[in-house]
Design a protein around this ligand. Structure first.
Ligand SMILES: Nc1ncnc2c1ncn2[C@@H]1O[C@H](COP(=O)(O)OP(=O)(O)OP(=O)(O)O)[C@@H](O)[C@H]1O
Ligand SMILES: NC(=O)c1ccc[n+]([C@@H]2O[C@H](COP(=O)(O)O)[C@@H](O)[C@H]2O)c1
Length: 416
C-alpha cells in the first residue's frame, strides 16, 4: 500500500418489451421510494454558519457560473418548457450568506409536474400523449417507438423519483458500522448542478473510492449527491425535482451512493459550507457518528468531492467567502478529481487558502480521462443527437419523457 501524500504524491434497455419496462422500473423504484424517501422529516434545519469573509461584494459574475441569487423564489419547469433558464433573474453574490429558512416545499400545489397515479397512462395527459405517439410511431420507425415506450415508462415512475417531500436524510446505503477501526470513517459529499447527472459524476465517486482504498487512511461509509438549489440560476439548470429524479435514477445502480434533497428543498440558495454543516449535523449530531466493532461510536469525517473546475472557482472574486473556504478546507477537507486540461496542482500552489489547508486536500488523478459535461449533453439533446452511453439509460429516458433541455439556450462560449 502506498501512503499517498496530500500534495506530494498523487495516485493516481435495449430491446425490452415496452409493456414490461414500467413494471420493472416501478418495482425497483418503489422499493427505493419506501426506504429512501418516505420517512420522517419533521426536524428543523441546521443553523446558519458564520458570516462570510470580507471579500463579499454585491456584484460579481464568473464567466462560467451564473451570478448568485438576489431572490429565493423557486420555479419548476414544465414538461413542455423544460429549460426556462432564460427567464431567471440575475443573482447576487454567492459568497454572501443569506438567512436560511425553515423546511419548505419546492413544488407548490400549482406545480405543473404530474402527480398522477404512476402506472395509469390514460389518467395523465402527458402519459396519454406519449402512449399515443408510441403506438402511432410503432408502424413507422421502431427506434422512435422504442424511445416513446421508454418515455412512457419514465413518466410512469416520475412521481416517485421526483418526490422531495417530506424531507428525510437518506441512510439506506450508509454503512452503519466500521469494518476497520484503524481507518478514519469518511462520507463524501458532491455538490453540483447535475443538469443532468452524467457517467462522469458517478465515476468521480468511484475514482475517489479507488484512491482511498490505495491510500489506506480512510474507510468510506457512503457518498452523497447534493443537487444545487434552483436559485443558483446557472444556465441550463432544470428544476430541482427533475435533477433530483435524475440523480436518484443514476444512483440506483450503486450500493453506496445516495441523493440528499436537503439543499434543493430550502427556500433559497445554500452555500456549500452550509451543506457540509448539514451533513455533519445529520451524521454526527442526529445519528451520533458511526459504530465501531466494539460497540462504541466515533465521529464521521465529511469531505467535499469536487472536480478541478469547481476548485478553480475558489479563485473567482466574490464567489466564495474566505471564511467559508477556511471552514470547507480546514474543518472538512476536499477530494479533487483532476479535470482534463486543468492544472489542479498549479492552482493548489497558487491559491493561498488551498495551500494553507493542503494536508486536507487530496487530488485524484483520472487514469482514464473522462470529460463528459452536462453542458454538452444538454446541447446534444437540443440538437437531437444521441446521449446514450453518456448518461445512464434511465436518466436519458427521463430527459426524453419530460422533454428536458430541448429549448435550451446556451451561450456558445459555454460549450466549447
Ligand atoms: N470532466 C470533469 N472532470 C472532473 N470533474 C468534473 C467534470 N465535470 C464535472 N465535474 C465536477 O462534477 C461536479 C458537478 O458538476 P456539474 O454538475 O457542474 O457538472 P458539469 O458537467 O461541469 O456541468 P455544466 O456542464 O452544466 O457546467 C463538480 O464538482 C464538477 O467540478
Ligand atoms: N459560496 C459558495 O458556497 C459557492 C460558490 C460557488 C459555487 N458553489 C457550489 O459549487 C457547485 C458548483 O456547481 P457547478 O459546477 O454546477 O456550477 C454548486 O453546488 C454550488 O452551490 C458554492
Amino acid at each position: 500500500m502506498t501512503p499517498a501524500n496530500t500534495l506530494a504524491l498523487p495516485t493516481g434497455v435495449a430491446s425490452v418489451p415496452a409493456a414490461s419496462v414500467p413494471d420493472r422500473l416501478s418495482v425497483a423504484l418503489s422499493l427505493t421510494a419506501q426506504s429512501e424517501y418516505g420517512v420522517d422529516s419533521s426536524r428543523p434545519p441546521p443553523g446558519r454558519s458564520s458570516p462570510a469573509g470580507s471579500s463579499r461584494a454585491s456584484t460579481s459574475t464568473s464567466p462560467r457560473r451564473s451570478p448568485p441569487p438576489t431572490t429565493t423564489t423557486t420555479t419548476t419547469d414544465t414538461a413542455d418548457h423544460p429549460a426556462a433558464s432564460g427567464s431567471r433573474e440575475p443573482l447576487a453574490n454567492l459568497a454572501t450568506p443569506v438567512p436560511l429558512p425553515s423546511n419548505s416545499r419546492l413544488l407548490s400545489s400549482s406545480s405543473p409536474l404530474p402527480a398522477a397515479p404512476p402506472t395509469v397512462a390514460s389518467s395523465h395527459p402527458a402519459l396519454a400523449r406519449i402512449a399515443e405517439s408510441a403506438s402511432s410511431l410503432a408502424s413507422i420507425t421502431p427506434r422512435a417507438a422504442s424511445r416513446s415506450a421508454h418515455s412512457l415508462a419514465a413518466l410512469s415512475i416520475s412521481s416517485q423519483v421526483m418526490t422531495m417531500h417530506p424531507y428525510s436524510f437518506p441512510t439506506e446505503r450508509l454503512q452503519r458500522t466500521q469494518v476497520d477501526p484503524q481507518k478514519e470513517p469518511l462520507v463524501l459529499v458532491a455538490c453540483g448542478s447535475y443538469s443532468p447527472i452524467t457517467y462522469l459524476h458517478l465515476r468521480m465517486f468511484e475514482m475517489a473510492m479507488d484512491w482511498v482504498r490505495e491510500d489506506g487512511r480512510f474507510e468510506i461509509l457512503a457518498g452523497y449527491f447534493s443537487p444545487v438549489h434552483e436559485a443558483y440560476g446557472k444556465v441550463g439548470l432544470a428544476s430541482a425535482a427533475h435533477r433530483v429524479a435524475m440523480c436518484r435514477l443514476a444512483a440506483q445502480a450503486s450500493d453506496w451512493l445516495m441523493v440528499d434533497t436537503w439543499e434543493p428543498t430550502r427556500d433559497g440558495y445554500v452555500r456549500t459550507v452550509e451543506v457540509l454543516d448539514h451533513f455533519n449535523q445529520e451524521l454526527n449530531g442526529r445519528l451520533g457518528g458511526v459504530e465501531l466493532p466494539d460497540g462504541t461510536r466515533r465521529k464521521v469525517r465529511i469531505m467535499l468531492l469536487a472536480g478541478g473546475d469547481l476548485i478553480e472557482s475558489f479563485g473567482t472574486p466574490n464567489l466564495w467567502a474566505e471564511a467559508d473556504l477556511h471552514r470547507i478546507l480546514g474543518e472538512y477537507g476536499c477530494f479533487i478529481i483532476e479535470r482534463t486540461g486543468a492544472d489542479v496542482w498549479a492552482f493548489l500552489l497558487s491559491h493561498d487558502i488551498l495551500y494553507e489547508h493542503r494536508r486536507n486536500v487530496f487530488v485524484v488523478k483520472q487514469l482514464i480521462y473522462n470529460d463528459i459535461s452536462s453542458t454538452k449533453v444538454r446541447l446534444f439533446v437540443k440538437r437531437n443527437m444521441s446521449i446514450k452511453y453518456l448518461v445512464p439509460d434511465a436518466v436519458m429516458h427521463h430527459i426524453y419523457a419530460h422533454r428536458l433541455y430541448i429549448g435550451e439556450r446556451e451561450p456558445p462560449s459555454a460549450v466549447i
